[in-house]
Design a protein around this ligand. Structure first.
Ligand SMILES: [Fe+2]
Length: 486
């Protein structure tokens, strides 16, 4: 992420190198952030500079009058900067009785985020570096919890279809420990993101979501991630099994007086209470709000741009639409897709290349039978329109781990994760059961590829299936290139 910082200092010529060294230290702290300083050389430059560009932050020298004259107090600078809605920090070398009052006035302002001593800035002391880092993080929504180096990978653990309520829970704690060991074996330290692509429960009941919540907490504790809930690093999307069918059907329940005034319930062929089917995903929403917090687009769809400084933007779209007359439809709402597209479109100038990662429950591309959404054409704008192209899409539903390169009028890598927990019914024990780790590879802070690791249960052990591993290179347009034939 590129941040332009304005420096208003009447001693710029003497301090320029000091500021630059200081910003380099701040950038080391905020991985993925590049700061470009813009120095106001003479007071007359301030107004035109403010008109020419949007600044991410400003540093203002507490005493401007020594070299610029009495007309140019700190209040003069602060007034112009705050009228452009720019947050700022005061940098001070010394002050006297006159400017103490002026500084005090500035400190009262909402936009004033820090007060730093020039001597500490010049010495690259940790205190002003931390202060500016914190102020920039808060102002621009930067998550600093990525202690990796410039070339280290970012790991996304994708789980799907745990279907709590649809299996015997006796082994789940032990299996969770095994899954956590396998994750940490691959990611070395804690993974950075966790995505669960739907069918959290079998029947969408409150108890089943409660059991699933315990499982997510247990897994997160074991993989050391994250330290706070709800988390922006947990991505969720609902599946067809997460719909509480009884609540959907409630919209059709009629009530009349029966014999002896007893209530008589019936199931109508038409919808009587139009608002009740909206409760279909009530327990899912309750579960999701406890574990993750993103900018909601529709009730169950969201975008997350907080990690764009790492070159990553995420979105989730619900591919499930409850219907009071049948099983949930496998559809996306085109209005919500358009809103997601708007949010993704805003981020294009922040980082290059920018990898957009989508999450849903069903395959977003046309596939046979029950496997994909019915209106895959509605997803087109997220896959093939300029400035909002998805490079990677995660989904589940069919309980089979598979990562594929797909192309049409777009280039897309899809990751279909298996079920982590639900054992076989008619199929052989442990077959099609596992999870996927998506390793986003980087070089000099920029994303340059993807390695997909697929883990599978075999005879009560979970191991990586080396034959299913896939490697892709990212093009500068934010989409992956077709792998060369092997
Ligand atoms: Fe499903």
């Amino acid at each position: 992420m590129k941040l332009d910082i304005l420096i208003v200092d009447d001693e710029t010529s003497a301090r320029r190198a000091g500021y630059k060294a200081f910003f380099e230290e701040v950038c080391k702290r905020l991985q993925g952030v590049d700061i470009t300083p813009h120095f106001v050389e003479v007071p007359e430059m301030l107004a035109p500079m403010l008109g020419a560009r949007t600044y991410a932050f400003a540093l203002i020298d507490a005493v401007l009058t020594d070299n610029w004259g009495e007309d140019f107090s700190i209040n003069w600078a602060v007034k112009q900067i705050t009228s452009s809605s720019i947050y700022f920090a005061i940098v001070s070398k010394q002050w006297d009785a006159a400017n103490t009052m002026q500084i005090d006035e500035c400190l009262q302002l909402l936009e004033c985020k820090a007060f730093m001593k020039w001597g500490e800035v010049e010495n690259l002391d940790i205190y002003p570096i931390a202060q500016l880092g914190k102020a920039l993080s808060e102002r621009h929504g930067i998550d600093n919890g990525f202690p990796s180096t410039d070339d280290s990978s970012i790991f996304i653990v994708q789980l799907s279809d745990p279907q709590f309520g649809g299996f015997n829970k006796d082994n789940v704690k032990l299996e969770t420990a095994r899954i956590a060991e396998a994750i940490l074996g691959c990611t070395i330290s804690s993974p950075h993101f966790l995505a669960i692509s739907g069918d959290i429960t079998e029947h969408g009941t409150e108890q089943q979501f409660s059991d699933a919540e315990v499982w997510v907490h247990e897994l997160c504790k074991r993989i050391g991630f994250p330290d706070k809930f709800p988390s922006r690093r947990i991505f969720l999307t609902p599946g067809n099994h997460d719909v509480t069918m009884q609540l959907v059907a409630a919209g059709r329940v009629s009530l009349s007086k029966g014999v002896d005034d007893t209530p008589k319930f019936g199931l109508s062929d038409s919808l009587i209470h139009s608002s009740l089917p909206d409760l279909a995903l009530h327990y899912y929403r309750q579960f999701a709000s406890k574990l993750s917090n993103h900018l909601m687009v529709g009730k169950d769809s969201w975008t997350e741009t907080q990690f764009r400084h790492l070159g990553l933007v995420f979105y989730g779209v619900s591919t499930v639409q409850p219907d009071p007359f049948m099983w949930p439809k496998r559809r996306v709402d085109p209005k919500i897709v358009a809103e997601v597209w708007d949010n993704l479109n805003l981020e294009t100038d922040q980082c290059e290349p920018l990898l957009r990662i989508g999450i849903g429950h069903h395959c977003p591309l046309s596939a046979s039978g029950d496997k994909s959404i019915e209106n895959d054409d509605a997803m087109g704008m997220l896959f093939n329109s300029a400035n909002a192209r998805t490079g990677l899409f995660l989904y589940g539903h069919v309980h089979q781990g598979e990562v594929k390169y797909q192309s049409d009028s777009f280039r897309l890598v899809t990751s279909q994760a298996s079920t982590a927990t639900k054992p076989a019914g008619s199929r052989p024990e442990d077959s099609l059961r596992g999870f996927t780790i998506l390793e986003i590879c980087r070089k000099s802070r920029k994303i340059d590829g993807l390695k997909a690791h697929i883990f599978e249960w075999n005879n009560n052990k979970i191991t990586k299936n080396a034959s299913k591993m896939k490697v892709f290179k990212l093009h500068h347009d934010g989409m992956f290139l077709e792998p060369p034939p092997t």
